[in-house]
Design a protein around this ligand. Sequence first.
Ligand code: NAD
Length: 253
Amino acid sequence: MTVSDKTVLITGAGSKRGIGRATAHTLAAAGWNIAILDLDEASAKDAAAEIGEQHGVQAVGIGCDITDEASVDNALAVLGDSVPPVGALVNNAGITSPTPFLDVTGEEWDRIFAVNVRGAFNVTRRVTPGMAERGFGRIVFLSSVSAERGGGVFGGVAYSAAKAAELGFTRALARELGPRGVTVNAVAPGLIDTDITGGALEGERKTQLVAGLPVGRNGNVADVADLITYLCREESGYITGATYDVNGGAHIH
Ligand code: NAD
């Protein structure tokens, strides 16, 4: 198999300025067919149309709430055999919140975990049996520098805890699926210029954060997309259970 015989499933790749859409572009440029699941159906379809047109690969966009198992089942049924088998999964969909721990409610805590952790479980649990059966798979989780350094960028305790859960998920799954030809890795971006904060991280706070970065700038989506695409290569099969920092030096450990 070459990558043109395979599809990469990317969650949350609808967002126009997001990491997921940029990653879908770089993966398509590398020859992968693309399946996008996003809560925002119109954006998922728009991204797929854009990618199909620009890269000449098969690209499908489906509306899906990854927190809802029935919605994921439905999306995968819609995908069906319309594209080649899923050879890679990028667990990209995520939400954040800056709410301080002393103010956070159980409801908000659950919502952060529902998308970042349970959502990733819902999709991963469904695509891994096929990968194991075919003896090939690449899975990449979008964690965060917040998981490693205990917040300090934008997200609060709930976000840091959920993103740290993704690291445990990555490592244990890498151990279990390694013998089946499936690698599982995490990327941990720092401050990347997207719409995830809904514009809430602008002005003085952002200037201060950037001033503290060794590389002197915030990250862009291409910085992260390239790394994810590298981890999805067939040739990257000896890299598993790893966490890759893409943070401009915000956290060096
Ligand atoms: P974004 O807000 O631009 O995109 C997130 C996408 O996820 C959106 O298209 C949204 O519709 C989708 N989504 C949200 N809930 C969903 C659900 N229940 N089901 C399906 N789709 C859903 O975000 P981004 O900045 O591109 O972030 C992508 C990932 O990278 C996230 O996991 C985020 O936590 C992580 N990350 C981002 C940064 C950053 O600075 N931007 C830093 C570290 C980690």
